[in-house]
Structure formats: structure tokens, C-alpha cells
Design a protein around this ligand. Structure first.
Ligand SMILES: CC(C)(COP(=O)(O)OP(=O)(O)OC[C@H]1O[C@@H](n2cnc3c(N)ncnc32)[C@H](O)[C@@H]1OP(=O)(O)O)[C@@H](O)C(=O)NCCC(=O)NCCS
Length: 157
């Protein structure tokens, strides 16, 4: 059964494919200025990465009627793991429960893919908001670093 994810205002939060209708709004998603040390300055960078390579798949994050974020995923066959990356909630939408709902929705999305056994992600050690969010979902450090970021993993049952 599909779970409903909502933010603090009760808006339904879903992750959705990039389409002709939503790509402009997803591309415009921007973190707060001080967060550019952790992520790209605009989600457009991640959309291009998804489009140019065959590794990442971008998804838009919708809360109610509005596009409020971006997240992407990839499959790493070396480690038989699915990865989450490029998670950005627009600066004005942060602190409203969107990030928590997004992570729940993308974990559900990946868990439904056949053969998904482990989900990995990484975060900059200084990005304590992201770190505590991931820990609260049960992600645990693997001990590995990826581009100076702490790698965490969650086993999918
Ligand atoms: C990290 C991020 C996605 C969280 O999204 P959000 O919508 O602000 O988060 P939520 O409101 O759902 O809060 C979820 C949790 O994040 C953490 N968090 C959010 N804002 C925080 C803050 N200002 N200080 C400390 N922790 C914070 C808390 O653990 C919070 O837990 P709670 O649900 O018990 O309150 C968002 O801050 C963001 O886009 N940051 C910039 C990009 C980024 O760093 N992405 C992660 C890359 S690894």
C-alpha cells in the first residue's frame, strides 16, 4: 500500500518524474545562500547531470500544487545499492516538514523497485540538518567517504 507523506501544513508531498510541465519549476529550485557549500546553487545543475549522463534520475518534489524541491537517484551495480542525491528543498520551503516527507517518499519509491536491498546517500560533515534527518530514518554511517562526504546506508527489508 502506498503511504501518504505530508508536510507540517498538511500538504501532500510526492516525488514525480520530470516532465514537459514541471521541469522549469524544478530547475529553479534553489537552496539558501549559505547552503551552496553543500549542494549546487540551483537544481538545474542536477537536472543537467541526469539528462547528460545515464546514471542519475531526477525527480521533482511537489507539495500540494507547488514544486518545492528536487531529489535524484541512481543504481550502483558495484555495490548493489541504490543512491539518493541532489536533495534540495527550496529555501523558502525549508523547515516545514518537506524534507522529511521527501525522504520518506523517495525511500518508498526506491524500495518498490525490484532488487532494491540497500539505499545509500552522503552528506557533508558540516551539514548537520541533513545528517540528523538521515539518522532519524535509520541511515547508518558505512565508514566510507565519498568526495569528503560521510556515506550512510539503510537496509531495505
Ligand atoms: C536538508 C533539507 C533537505 C531538509 O529539508 P527541510 O524541508 O528543511 O526539512 P524538514 O523541515 O522536513 O526537517 C526534517 C529534519 O531536518 C533537520 N532539520 C531541518 N532544518 C534544520 C535546522 N535548521 N537545524 C537543524 N536540523 C534541521 C531536523 O532533523 C528535522 O527533523 P524534524 O522533522 O524532527 O524537525 C533542506 O534543509 C535543504 O534543502 N538543505 C539544502 C540542501 C541540502 O543540504 N541537501 C542535503 C544534501 S546531503
Amino acid at each position: 500500500m502506498t503511504q501518504q507523506f505530508t508536510d507540517h501544513q498538511g500538504r501532500a508531498v510526492v516525488v514525480e518524474e520530470i516532465t514537459e510541465d514541471n521541469w522549469r519549476d524544478v530547475a529553479d529550485v534553489a537552496p539558501a545562500d549559505g547552503q551552496r557549500q553543500f549542494v549546487a546553487a540551483l537544481a538545474a545543475r542536477y537536472l543537467l547531470l541526469s539528462q547528460r549522463g545515464e546514471v542519475w534520475t531526477s525527480l521533482g518534489v511537489r507539495a500540494g500544487d507547488d514544486i518545492v524541491g528536487h531529489v535524484m537517484w541512481a543504481y550502483d551495480d558495484d555495490h548493489d545499492a541504490h543512491w539518493i542525491g541532489g536533495m534540495v528543498v527550496g529555501a523558502a520551503e525549508q523547515g516545514k516538514g518537506v524534507g522529511r516527507a521527501t525522504l520518506g517518499a523517495v525511500i518508498e519509491h526506491l524500495s518498490a523497485l525490484s532488487g532494491c536491498r540497500q539505499i545509500c546517500l552522503s552528506y557533508h560533515p558540516g551539514n548537520t540538518s541533513a545528517g540528523s534527518l538521515y539518522t532519524s530514518f535509520g541511515f547508518q554511517p558505512t565508514g566510507d567517504l565519498e568526495d569528503d562526504e560521510i556515506v550512510m546506508a539503510l537496509l531495505v527489508s
